[in-house]
Design a protein around this ligand. Structure first.
Ligand code: AMP
Length: 455
């Protein structure tokens, strides 16, 4: 098996890796690090959880360890583009962690905060800039930063950047970089527009495709509850009131929905906070920090805000609303069962969402078990009316690269179905406390009965 010492990384990086407790490189690290050190472009098909961040950050830091000259004023040695502010901040944290014995200069350039501190940080020149495309483009246009001396660029979560409409910004940025730079493109899926980016901006890339090392989906106990729209709130409160819920993320489809569910949970006395794109950067950071530290136990989030969030020990995922794109389901539930643990994902499906549920089941190649819950413990919270149901849009069929990802996921699910009863899988406990999430053993009809009771 490849060891970190086999990869050719500078000694201060090996020390930092060992201080982090990493023993062996993940598959993407074993392949990408030597190729990047040799100056090759990389096309990586990998999602969060594969160790992809270290796979591109370590070689960038290796250059810094061996460099002769510092980047000039308003320049950066390497540029990393990411779709969200959270992911950019997380990548910068990783750079600081792996670069602790090198102390590289890092600037985070994202929207939603004042530009002044960023302008000051960029002025002397920095080793690595981690940026979201929109704000970087602002700084490029105003001459705050130049990219003509940048020697490496990484596009992380490429598919999500395109989903967010960043393609024109990315192309404008890429055109400002020197032709002989190194280009790394990481994407969870490989839709045609990503291939087009690779074709236009990479030169003979090494293609590396990996599924997460310990595919989390195998350890996730996935369940569905058929609930009328009006009954979702009570069911949600009952689910989350279970003491087994150590830390949970509740997904909604819209920002407004996230705020409403959050308010409802708070009124029900639960420790919740919402995170979505309408919150200021400061608010988002505070909410995430409180969730990480355990001060808040429930995060109510939209898909985009949650993607890339790397928080361990999330015991439960609740899909309060089904995602419009089936692949988002896999990303959502992948927030639990990290670091070798088990996790529970419960999807609340109302009659209007049945088509979306079928899409998800087709994607994962499995039918979700129906589950029931006793609602004795949950009392409806007076006051707020139900949030208006945003009719689900079916956009799944438009998403590119879906077939490939579906195949990969199906293969994983099939090969792991047998393991569903191994030691890691949550045991279907015989006792069911009020409000406890328990496997439905009396057949699907009981779940329907409960759903009716919840209305
Ligand atoms: P990423 O896919 O980059 O989001 O990384 C997922 C998680 O894996 C992060 O929490 C990393 O700290 C961790 N990680 C990355 N590389 C390794 C490794 N070689 N051994 C153990 N954990 C790792």
């Amino acid at each position: 098996m490849t060891q970190f010492t086999d990869l050719g990384l500078a000694e201060p990086l090996l020390r930092a890796i060992s201080a982090e407790g990493y023993r062996t490189p993940t598959p993407i690290q074993a392949e990408a690090i030597p190729a990047m050190l040799a100056g090759r472009d990389i096309l990586g098909i990998a999602q969060t959880g594969t160790g992809k961040t270290a796979a591109f950050v370590l070689p960038l830091l290796d250059r810094i360890a061996r460099r002769r000259a510092r980047p000039g004023a308003r320049s950066c040695g390497a540029l990393i583009l990411a779709p969200t502010r959270e992911l950019a901040a997380q990548i910068a944290d990783n750079i600081r962690t792996y670069g602790r014995f090198l102390r590289p200069s890092v600037a985070v350039v994202v929207g939603g905060v004042k530009p002044g501190p960023q302008i000051r940080a960029l002025a002397p020149g920095v080793d690595i800039v981690v940026a979201t495309p929109g704000r970087l483009l602002d700084h490029l246009s105003s001459g705050v930063i130049r990219l003509d001396r940048t020697t490496a660029v990484v596009l992380d979560e490429g598919d999500q950047m395109l989903d967010l409409g960043f393609a024109p910004a990315i192309r404008r940025i890429m055109n400002r970089l020197p032709a002989n730079r190194q280009t790394v493109l990481m994407s969870a899926t490989m839709p045609r527009p990503i291939r087009a980016l690779a074709r236009d901006y990479q030169s003979d890339p090494v293609t590396i495709a990996v599924t997460p090392a310990a595919t989390p989906i195998a350890r996730i106990d996935q369940r569905v509850m058929h609930v009328d729209r009006a009954g979702k709130r009570r069911v949600l409160t009952a689910l989350l009131a279970d003491p087994a819920v150590e830390r949970a993320i509740v997904f909604t489809r819209t920002k407004r929905g996230a705020d409403k569910v959050n308010r409802y949970l708070q009124m029900a006395g639960l420790s919740a906070a919402a995170i979505h794109g309408n919150k200021s950067q400061g608010q988002r950071e505070r909410v995430l920090a409180a969730f990480r530290s355990g001060h808040t136990t429930i995060l109510v989030a939209t898909d985009i805000a949650a993607r890339g969030i790397d928080v361990d020990d999330i015991s439960h995922i609740v899909n309060y609303e089904l995602p419009n794109v089936a692949e988002s389901y896999v990303h959502r539930i992948g927030r639990t069962a990290r670091a070798g643990r088990a996790g529970i994902a419960v999807t609340l499906c109302d009659p209007a969402e049945r088509g979306l549920l079928r899409d998800i089941e087709r994607l994962i190649g499995n039918t979700l078990d129906r589950h029931a819950i006793s609602l004795e413990a949950s009392r409806p919270v007076p006051g707020e009316p139900e949030p208006a149901a945003a009719p689900p849009k079916k956009t799944g069929g438009k998403r590119h690269g879906r077939a490939r990802s579906a195949q990969q996921t199906q293969a994983t699910v099939r090969s792991n179905r047998k393991q569903a009863h191994h030691a890691d899988a949550p045991a279907p406990g015989p006792a069911r406390r009020p409000g406890r999430i328990g496997p439905e053993r009396t057949g699907g009809d009981a779940a329907v009965t409960v759903a009716a009771a919840a209305v």
